[in-house]
Design a protein around this ligand. Structure first.
Ligand code: MN
Ligand code: MN
Length: 283
């Protein structure tokens, strides 16, 4: 792994002491519409210095915890399978050291090798909570099975029924919204049933994947496939507060494409979501 010059604000611990490790995955090889998420991790780090380490929502500081920023994985662009293997192996190393991994993509396909590593560790106990505008349940995208449009289908192929919970979804093909009968929980447009699901999963290891296009494009235009009708930022904060009641063993945020938002607000939103998620994960 390459160490970046700057690290995310407040990530001041050594690797050995760290309870949580941040890893950048600058990959956008399969994006279907507009590329650019490869630039997200470094933009996130730079912009994190516009944040405070203190969260008024949780009344905690990032420096209350031992956090380590591992920098970005170096990836050879072009060979999707090889790239996914590298991501999985990096994740496995961190999980074997009993640390919580928080990944910053990159496109949503990077969640697939991350879940492979997590499934290897937690097996059938692992549950996945997924926030996204899109269902990401296509069998393939234009013949390509490894695509950010089919990442949740690939994960479903690993985990099987009754392990995946989708919230706020509002885009996909008709049959992608018919997974209720195949054992995927789907809540359209909102996350009103999130508290009940988290109660149900009490004590179980939960992985949270946040596709940032779940936010409305009016608050988060910096993404490759903007989809109107999303949640606002305060709803995102409420959602994170609800997540604090889950036993989160890993998380990612994906699909920030910083250069589509010249104002930089989308990158700031991503940074703030990372900060608040840290407090939801670490008790
Ligand atoms: Mn999406
Ligand atoms: Mn997605």
């Amino acid at each position: 792994m390459k160490k970046n010059i700057s690290t995310f604000i407040g990530f001041d611990s050594d690797y050995d002491k760290a309870e949580l490790v941040l890893m950048g995955i600058p990959y956008d090889g399969t994006v279907s519409f507009r590329p650019g998420t490869r630039f997200a991790p470094s933009e996130i780090r730079n912009n994190s210095y516009g944040l405070e380490i203190y969260s008024p929502y949780f009344d905690r500081e990032l420096t209350d915890y031992n956090l380590f920023d591992a920098g970005d994985i170096e990836l050879p662009f072009g060979n999707t399978q090889k790239i996914l293997d590298i991501i999985r192996e990096n994740a496995k190393k961190i999980l074997n050291d009993n640390k919580i991994l928080f990944s910053a993509g990159g496109e949503h396909l990077v969640t697939y090798p991350l879940i492979q590593a997590y499934f290897e560790k937690y097996g059938e106990d692992l549950h996945i909570i997924h926030f996204d505008a899109h269902t990401d349940l296509r069998e393939d995208y234009m013949g390509e099975k490894l695509s950010h449009a089919s990442v949740i289908k690939r994960i479903y192929d690993i985990t099987g029924k009754d392990k995946i919970y989708q919230f706020c979804i509002r885009s996909g093909e008709k049959e992608e919204f018919r997974y209720k009968d195949k054992g995927i929980f789907q809540e359209k447009f909102t996350f009103s049933r999130l508290p009940e699901i988290i109660e149900k999963l009490a004590g179980k290891p939960v992985y949270v994947t946040i596709d940032l296009d779940v936010l409305d494009p009016s608050v988060f235009p910096g993404t490759g496939t903007p989809e109107p009708g999303g949640i606002n930022f305060n709803e995102m904060l409420n959602l994170i507060k609800i997540l604090k009641n889950a036993k989160i063993v890993g998380a990612d945020i994906v699909e920030l494409s910083p250069h589509y938002d010249q104002s930089g607000v989308s990158t700031s939103a991503a940074c703030k979501i990372i900060r608040e998620m840290i407090f939801a994960i670490l008790k």
